[in-house]
Design a protein. Structure first.
Length: 297
């Protein structure tokens, strides 16, 4: 395929509107982790799609929220920087006829940047189609979007129409990423994020939000098997006990689920060794955040 133009699109919205699910759907493979818990995405994730001569580069961002830690401040900063440096923004919202504070803030950032934008009304498979008219009318009052596209990231409905709208912002020129590249994340980072995703899915309450994952060692053996040694960091000793679980059952379940996804990503068998350590208050520690890839220099 000859790529003749590209479009860099920021995917923004408040937590849990389905930004990562939509990014994965558009790219056609999993590049961003997904869970039902808010603030799953902590940093900017790049997904790449090549289609009909156009390279789409999607920048999936953390959900815009009121920060309560240094990590939260970093996540909000990532959103602001991403909105300002792309060809267009895709504001993802739920099918509710109300413009909340997070949406108002993002619309203000889009206006201040003078940026083209598309409103993406997600989760349309969860509401009657006739209810979308009120949602469209309310957001049309809030901002003059270049287009408004209802979609279901879960089923794929409306995503072809969304790509057609986003292609209008593509600029002529060479491709930004190689054709076989679907994300700019290194395999080590993807593996760490997959492990964190399983923790988000399996753990309750505040525990998952105080968790980070570091890959200590990742190497391919002579027989082709990839050996990964990872450490799960949490903020309290009580959380460590929950993550390990009775007789190590929770940690074992995390490892089993993560290993399957990592094997699918790498296309080979994986040996995954998980350890749990306590790093008290790491979300407010600049040095620790930088170690986990969450802090700019």
């Amino acid at each position: 395929m000859e790529i003749t133009k590209s479009a860099m699109i920021s995917v923004v919205g408040r937590p849990n509107v389905g930004k990562s699910t939509l990014t994965n759907r558009l790219v056609g493979t999993k590049v961003a982790i997904v869970s039902a818990k808010p603030q799953t995405t902590r940093t900017r994730i790049t997904g790449v799609l090549n289609r009909e001569g156009c390279q789409y580069v999607f920048l999936d961002t953390p959900g815009l929220h009121k920060p309560r830690s240094r990590l939260g401040d970093y996540m909000v900063k990532v959103v602001a920087e991403t909105v300002s440096e792309v060809d267009a923004a895709a504001l993802v919202v739920e099918p509710v006829a109300d413009v909340g504070p997070a949406e108002e803030s993002l619309i203000r950032q889009i206006k201040d940047a003078g940026m083209p934008s598309v409103l993406v009304i997600n989760k349309i498979d969860s509401v009657p189609k006739e209810s979308l008219l009120a949602v469209i009318a309310r957001y049309a009052q809030a901002h003059d979007f270049n287009a408004i596209v209802p979609v279901s990231a879960r089923t794929g409905e409306g995503t072809d129409e969304l790509l057609a709208e986003l292609e209008k912002f593509a600029l002529e020129g060479p491709q930004l990423f190689p054709e076989d590249m679907v994300s700019d994340q290194p395999e080590r980072q993807l593996a760490a994020e997959i492990i964190r995703e399983k923790l988000l899915i399996l753990l309750d309450r505040e525990v998952p939000h105080g968790v980070a994952v570091g890959i200590e060692r990742m190497e391919e053996r002579d027989d082709g098997l990839v050996s990964i040694h990872a450490t799960i960091y949490c903020e309290k000793n009580s959380h460590k006990g929950i993550i390990i679980g009775k007789n190590g059952e929770m940690l074992k379940q995390v490892g089993q689920l993560a290993r399957k996804d990592i094997e699918r990503m790498l296309g080979t068998k994986v040996y995954l060794d998980l350890w749990v350590k306590v790093k008290e208050g790491w979300r407010n520690n600049q040095y620790q955040m930088r170690n986990f890839g969450y802090e700019n220099e």
